[in-house]
Design a binder for this molecule. Structure first.
Ligand SMILES: [Zn+2]
Length: 510
């Protein structure tokens, strides 16, 4: 399925017709849809008919439009498409779910659509530098709104986690973070005057102060898209050339189950067994963007399903959860982590999520909550399980206080996942009893050889803290980490080189 890119001409369709649904992913299918074919069938019609135009083959009277569709009402679809496009039409069978997703990716993830929305941005000088400026915040709203929703759909379709909008001389420089890497859009979008208006519109959506241009601001808003309602968190920062905005796409308000997060069996067992506990502290450590919040949300979601009272204290609230009472830390109003947590404790919670233990009072409050009949989940800035006690000590919480409440430390990181185009790695496979794969690169992974990410985690079960302040564990976490990495290697999710990076050259053959 990896032979064509957007606009790269006609795919060898015979392969497609024979393809079974589980081979055709929505992403690869979307890449086979040419702009020429899509121009004949508007998005709304494609969605209504569950049909994605792929390519136009042949000449003159024999011009044929190939369309991927589910086979429901095939005869009617053929008639309608032939009438609408005045071409011969051939249908290629794809499952309902795949085609709907592919339609969204092809139409909304298209460069051309984003570029044309950017061309519509108004040439209008931003005059909102004073509170009493006589410019309505709704001026130019139509094209700005259209541009923003096109941009956000484009980013979602490309599986981006963050959208960076950076002021440039001749418009807005766009960067997207996809699978952890920052991708820079070739040329700035819009014009010299549209950037300030885009920022202004984002501020209005997030209920921020549109009159302030010289201080950082944070907000959030929700947006209904094809896939459902998305939550977006906005951060504005003044820079030398104007305000820069970063939008984090937080996805929909339900979270994957623990079982579907892709943890190895020992880590999943450790998390599940913590959910049976009534008190204790579970710490998640790992770099920013390693999926710690997702893991915590999955845990509290499962607690809530069991009828427990779940409360969170966050800064900021990453995503709205229907299953929990969420409280936002608000430093301007004197509501820091510790005081927010004390207030939450009076709400009779069973499970508490504390966004981060970042100072002495919040760490102390969390430890005390964990000692008094609450299951507390939080994150800590530490590089390893052993480092955690030192971190608590530096925040003024003595090591001995953690003997008892600290139950589990989960360390996690995300690794780039091999794309389906990966191929057999003969050299590495000779060193293992299973088949190892290596990266290649195709249209689907932008030639990188990797698409998506997999989680590598270790769970350290804490038995206590010794008299001289050493963490007492079952000591298996290094072994478990190597074991998990080996399982990913055997699954074909990571390459030999990634495996070596995790376990070290000496650990590879053990
Ligand atoms: Zn690939």
């Amino acid at each position: 399925m990896f032979w064509c890119k957007d606009n790269a001409g006609s795919p060898p369709l015979s392969q497609f017709i024979d393809a079974t649904d589980d081979i055709v992913s929505a992403r690869s299918l979307s890449l086979c849809s040419s702009a020429e074919a899509r121009a004949l069938v508007p998005y709304e019609i494609a969605v209504r008919m569950h049909a994605l135009p792929l390519s136009i083959n042949g000449k003159d009277q024999k011009r044929t439009l190939f369309v991927a569709a589910d086979y429901e009402d095939a005869a009617e679809k053929l008639r309608e498409l032939q009438f609408a496009t005045q071409l011969q039409v051939k249908l290629i069978k794809v499952s309902y779910g795949t085609v709907l997703e592919a339609i969204f990716l092809a139409y909304r993830g298209s460069e051309q659509k984003l570029a044309s929305a950017a061309r519509e941005l108004p040439m209008q000088r931003e005059t909102g530098r004073r509170i009493d400026a006589p410019v309505s915040i709704f001026e130019g709203q139509g094209s700005i709104c259209a541009f923003l929703s096109t941009l956000i759909e484009y980013a979602v379709a490309r599986h981006a986690s963050d959208i960076h909008l950076i002021p440039a001389n001749d418009g807005t420089l766009l960067k997207l973070r996809i699978d952890g890497d920052l991708h820079i859009h070739e040329s700035p979008l819009g014009n010299s005057q549209s950037h300030a208006q885009i920022i202004r519109r984002l501020k209005v959506l997030s209920k921020l102060d549109v009159s302030k241009h010289d201080c950082p601001q944070d907000g959030a808003f929700r947006l209904a898209l094809h896939h459902g309602t998305f939550h977006l968190r906005l951060s504005i920062l003044p820079t030398l050339h104007g305000e820069k905005a970063v939008l984090r796409i937080l996805g929909q308000n339900h979270y994957p189950t623990i079982a579907s997060l892709g943890f190895s069996a020992p880590v999943e067992r450790a998390l599940q067994s913590m959910l049976q506990e009534q008190e204790g502290l579970v710490l998640f450590i790992g770099a920013t963007g390693s999926g710690k919040t997702t893991s915590m949300y999955s845990m509290i979601q499962e607690s809530a399903l069991r009828g427990l009272n779940v409360c969170t204290v966050e800064d900021p609230i990453e995503i709205e959860l229907p299953c929990a009472s969420q409280s936002q830390v608000n430093l301007h109003q004197g509501l820091d982590y510790a005081s927010c947590l004390r207030a939450v404790l009076r709400q009779d919670p069973d499970v508490i999520l504390v966004g981060e233990l970042r100072d002495g009072p919040s760490a102390m409050a969390a430890v005390q909550a964990a000692l008094t009949g609450h299951l507390v989940l939080s994150t800590l800035h530490a590089a390893s399980a052993d480092e955690c006690l030192g971190r608590f000590e530096s925040m003024g919480v003595s090591r001995s206080l953690l003997h008892g409440p600290l139950k589990l430390i989960v360390q996690q990181q995300l690794l780039a996942k091999l794309c389906r185009c990966a191929t057999f790695d003969l050299k590495a496979s000779q060193r293992t009893p299973f088949e190892v794969r290596k990266p290649v690169g195709c249209g689907q992974c932008n030639g990188t050889g990797y698409a998506g990410r997999v989680v590598l985690a270790t769970a350290t079960t804490v038995r206590g803290v010794s008299r001289d302040g050493v963490l007492l564990t079952d000591g298996r976490d290094t072994a478990v980490r190597a074991e998990s990495a080996r399982a990913l290697l055997a699954d074909g999710a990571i390459s030999w080189q990634q495996y070596i990076d995790v376990v070290g050259a000496s650990g590879a053959d053990s």
